[in-house]
Design a protein around this ligand. Structure first.
Ligand code: GLC
Ligand code: CA
Length: 523
């Protein structure tokens, strides 16, 4: 098995295209806008970006409902703009990873429109349909859409019909459940491969696969999905060894076995992620921040709630693939919600020094705020508040767009952080993130593969990262208490509200200290 060589030092930036930068004044961010901002991305130290979907779509789920997988949505530009974005990124050493909505399409997709016809055609089995409009087979089936006598299965919203890659264990009493080796299911898989090749040829460096564990139905402990993706990994190893496969699975043990190079540890399947940054038991956004997540200045969280699950997943995947703990994404409230800048620095210091691959969600590098009260936009619901326009500078729409009706309203508070005001302030979150990323690039012991050892129980958090060259200690105090810890360093790499005096170090409120313990080889 092959791992793209650039991953060991990759630091990703997740860009939501519609909200990043609008170059033609229609109020919606576009691909040319991302190209224009690549110098900013590079200056920050990011060497890879993940773009949320930009395919043609009716946008009932913000583009996760694709009409044409081979075409950039006109509101974002053209395929040629994408090619240019990739080549400009390449010049700056930035890899471009795109979203692959592998499991479903929009209702408007031509394949679905043909599949919905009553007469048999080449797309009849492209989606999963029961054999009678009166047979729903569970809540994920929609009836009465067209004259085809059957109900179609969905993956997410009603408008996202599931593509048919087959059932792991088809039920013989339900003949419409096709096995994964049925020629029509294999044809769906080939189509997915063609889509991937198409974008790689245009310049993409890999894919973040949406709902990766949903492709095979009636699956038994993900066995079918694991087999399915292993085939893609093999193709990648042979044909595109420098391209990356990233999964939205949130179960690294399975995702890495399936052949993904990286899996996100996020808000579902495991409780680890929410216990760090969000409240474990929350079922909605209003509860989500009232609890005891670890990175809060109240300091009443439980690191072990994260660590138990994390270390298990880490041990099982070490040397085979990477776990990513993102700062956030377009599906969850922003990290800054009910956190001040000092809290943000503590959380981001963690995200950027852990093993695996760090991902920073656009705007988190300036502690952009979550907007909890926005009306839903394009199927966003509470997620809408985490998708507002990037704040570049003072003035109209904070520099996002010249339009009077931007895609989403910008933060109404004129004191809100912008790139411009944070660039001027050495103590800003932006400068802190930039320093951390630079540190990670400089020290292999802080990168993806270096060893990880936890050295503390709960507060403060102390862990060691080490490789053959050096041992680096990361000490983070997410609470507003003060701690005194032992110091056995050779030199300090970064300190934030922390002081060293001979063999002791003081971590003040949200204090952070990163130091080199020893060199393992003569310098
Ligand atoms: C993933 C995406 C989310 C989308 C869903 C359906 O979870 O991140 O935004 O709504 O899949 O495609
Ligand atoms: Ca635009």
């Amino acid at each position: 098995m092959n791992t793209p060589s650039w991953l060991k030092d990759a630091v990703f930036y997740n860009i939501y295209p519609q909200s990043y930068y609008d170059t033609n004044g229609d109020g919606i961010g576009d691909l040319n806008g991302i190209t224009e901002k690549l110098s900013y991305v590079q200056e920050m130290g990011f060497n890879a970006i993940w773009l949320n979907p930009f395919y043609d779509s009716p946008f009932r789920d913000a583009g996760y409902d694709v009409t044409d997988f081979y075409k950039v949505a006109p509101r974002y530009g053209t395929n040629e703009d994408f090619r240019r974005l990739c080549s400009e990124a390449k010049k700056r050493g930035i890899r471009v990873v795109i979203d692959l909505v592998a499991g479903h399409t929009s209702l408007e997709c031509e394949w679905f429109q043909k599949s919905a016809r009553p007469e048999k055609n080449e797309y009849t089995n492209r989606y999963i349909w029961t054999d009678s409009v009166w047979k729903k087979d569970g809540s994920k089936y929609i009836s009465g859409y067209s004259d085809r006598d059957g109900c179609y299965q969905i993956n997410f919203f009603y408008c996202q019909p599931s593509l048919n890659y087959g059932f792991y264990a088809p039920n013989p009493e339900k003949p419409w459940q096709l096995p994964t080796d049925h020629p029509d299911c294999i044809e769906t898989k080939y189509e997915l491969w063609r889509i991937m090749e198409f974008w790689i040829e245009l310049g993409a460096d890999g894919f973040r696969v949406d709902m990766a564990s949903s492709v095979i139905k009636n699956d038994e402990n993900s066995k079918g999905c694991i087999q399915f993706w292993q085939e893609f990994r093999e193709k990648f190893d042979n044909k595109y060894p420098e391209c990356v496969l990233i999964s939205e699975w949130s179960y690294p043990e399975h995702a890495i076995e399936a052949g993904f190079h990286i899996d996100f540890l996020i808000h579902f399947n495991l409780a680890a992620y929410t216990s760090l940054f969000r409240y474990e038991k929350a079922t909605n956004v209003n509860e989500a921040w009232l609890g005891n997540s670890y990175f809060r200045k109240e300091g009443n969280g439980d690191f072990q709630a994260f660590f138990k699950e994390y270390v298990d997943q880490y041990e099982k995947t070490k040397g085979k693939g990477y776990i990513s703990i993102p700062s956030g994404n377009h599906d969850i409230p922003r990290l800054s919600f009910r956190r001040d800048d000092a809290d943000m620095k503590a959380a981001l210091a963690f995200v950027l020094t852990m093993p695996g691959i760090p991902f920073v969600y656009y705007g988190d590098e300036i502690a952009m705020r979550f907007q909890p009260d926005l009306p839903s936009k394009e199927g966003g619901y509470y997620r809408t508040g985490a998708r507002t326009p990037m704040q570049w500078q003072s003035g109209k729409n904070f520099g996002f767009s010249k339009s009077n009706t931007p895609y989403l309203p910008v933060d109404p508070d004129f004191n809100t952080p912008t790139v411009e005001n944070q660039q001027k302030d050495e103590r800003s979150v932006l400068h802190f993130v930039k320093r951390l990323i630079a540190l990670r690039h400089r020290h292999t012991a802080l990168q993806a593969d270096a060893a990880f050892t936890l050295c503390s129980e709960n507060y403060p958090l102390i862990f060691e990262r080490a490789d053959e060259i050096e041992n680096v200690v990361v000490a983070i105090n997410p609470s507003d208490r003060t701690y005194s810890i032992d110091y056995d360093g050779a030199d300090i790499l970064l300190s934030e509200n922390a002081y060293v005096e001979s063999e002791k170090a003081t971590l003040g409120s949200r204090g952070i200290l990163i130091y080199r313990k020893q060199m393992n080889i003569a310098p």
